[in-house]
Ligand binder design. Sequence first.
Ligand SMILES: [Zn+2]
Length: 155
Amino acid sequence: MATVLMSTKQLGYIRVLASKGGFNFDELLMGVASMVQASALIEQLKARTAQIAAPAATPELVAEGIYRRSSDASMFRVQTAQDSGRRYAKTLLAAGGWDYERGAIYTLAASERLTLAQIQAWGLDTGVCAVCSRLLSTADSVAAGIGPVCARRYS
Ligand SMILES: [Zn+2]
């Protein structure tokens, strides 16, 4: 049975994969002449370039907003640092205010982000505006469960 030589299409593909993976094209082709050998080489190169191309797994960060972590009902504010552009989470303190909690953002799920209505419900319960962490002071704010400025800003 005659050996079928590799096609120009295969050769072109090997060239592409070689440059993608930073491999030496001529070296790769040493000892590769048949279509079967070329296809084995292509499979090998595809696997190797896939490894190179795969970025290190970076965890998906949740969007800015107010979160209630379902595992412990803790409240968090997710925000973006102005200088670095990094997103992070602060935890709501019982005494009011927020405290940066390292790594907390990775414990939050997108589904735990509160809607305006959920923030209001929480505010009605606690008397605290979950957006700014301040005690609701005016009768209107207490009735709404959120301060007027925060209600306008939060979406
Ligand atoms: Zn507020």
